[in-house]
Ligand binder design. Structure first.
Ligand code: ZN
Length: 372
């Protein structure tokens, strides 16, 4: 199995160099639009016929754009036309990111430099590779995209790298199911819910209920104090769980995307209260920080069907799950329901991996740190 990663390199260059690349980007996008318009008007996305019809004219009109970039713009335009099935005419903005294929960019990762085609010939650019990316030095370079950030006035090169997965997939991805009864269940059969967590949570829940029903001033004061203590307890436990999870021998950790977990699992007031009392957002943040420190990946996966689907045969049926037990009506597989979910999350993580970009570790997590 191949593993692809996209890394983002900030380019360092003079104002003159920037101006050159800016003009290159604008011209590339202009050519893209011209080619796309031709294809749209003539109802074709064939690279060959579009090439024959447009190449000569474009070279004459824009002699400064290297032929390799003209071809690059044509290829991207043809793919865009194909992508919209010729129903609309694809259009680039002047500063849309442009794709550099292997012919027009040479990247020397080990020397922190690259040469790329521009309207003034091939130019050298340099960048710093963050420590975290050094693990990718030996990977094969697949493609790259030049992106201009107008707000910062900075160019970025997004480079997609590929390697063959060094280990069997089952060993590399750990799926985590977070839930009400068990704080976290891992696809390698580890459950995080010791009796002490359970007892402490029950104790706080009981105290809260008692104090809330009293409603006196001192009860309210005590309630505040207890809430603080409970939050500290949750934070401590989250730290421990995150540490244990990150230390497990897996390269990638797959979690459900929490922004949709709430909607999916909404089952009445009581259910929500219980869910909200545990800060799953905080646990996720801790896992992400600790994972990043040891260069492990964290991916967010779509939580749909993770609790209904059979992790063995893939059969999806709501009635397969009954509380904490899961029994597949299709293949007869029986397993703890949370463990089944964790394994589904691990499997979803595998398909997610190929689309992953590691430079955005917090993508998908738009919720404040402390949601309790
Ligand atoms: Zn099954």
């Amino acid at each position: 199995m191949n593993v692809d990663r996209t890394i983002k390199l900030k380019l360092e260059m003079s104002d003159e160099g920037k101006e050159n690349l800016k003009q290159t980007v604008v011209l590339f996008n202009q050519v893209f639009n011209e080619v796309a318009e031709y294809g749209f008007n003539n109802h074709t996305h064939s690279k060959v016929s579009i090439h024959h019809a447009t190449y000569k004219d474009i070279r004459e009109q824009h002699p400064e754009l290297p032929s390799s970039l003209v071809q690059g713009a044509r290829d991207v335009a043809c793919e865009a036309l194909k992508g919209v099935k010729l129903k609309t005419c694809p259009e680039s903005q002047p500063y849309s990111a442009i794709r550099y294929n292997k012919r027009v960019v040479t990247i020397h990762m080990q020397y922190n430099s690259a040469t790329i085609a521009s309207i003034h010939g091939r130019v050298n650019i340099s960048f710093n590779i963050p420590e975290y990316y050094k693990q990718y030095l030996g990977w094969e370079i697949r493609s790259s995209t030049l992106r201009y950030d107008r707000r910062q006035d900075v160019f970025y090169l997004h480079v997609t790298l590929r390697t063959e997965s060094p280990k069997p997939v089952g060993n590399t991805i750990l799926g985590i199911d977070r839930g009400i009864v068990n704080v976290a269940v891992c696809s390698n059969n580890v459950f995080f819910n010791t009796s002490s967590i359970k007892n402490t949570r029950a104790k706080y829940a009981y105290l809260r209920k008692e104090l809330q029903s009293k409603g006196t001033k001192s009860a309210k004061r005590l309630l505040k104090k207890i809430s603080r203590k409970e939050r500290r307890f949750v934070t401590d436990v989250n730290h421990c769980i995150a540490k244990d999870i990150v230390n497990m021998p897996f390269d990638v950790i797959a979690l459900e995307d929490l922004t949709s977990i709430r909607v999916q699992k909404r089952k009445g007031k009581n259910f929500n209260r219980k869910l909200n009392n545990w800060s799953f957002y905080q646990l996720e943040q801790f896992i992400r920080y600790k994972a990043e420190a040891v260069a492990k990946q964290v991916v967010s996966v779509d939580p749909r069907y993770s609790s209904q689907k059979c992790s063995k045969c893939g059969h999806i049926y709501k009635g397969n799950r009954d509380g904490s037990s899961y029994r597949c009506r299709n293949c007869g597989f029986q397993i703890h329901a949370d463990l089944n979910a964790a394994r589904n999350i691990a499997q979803a993580g595998i398909s997610c991996l190929s689309r992953l970009t590691v430079n955005q570790p917090n993508v998908g997590l738009k919720v404040p740190l402390d949601a309790t």
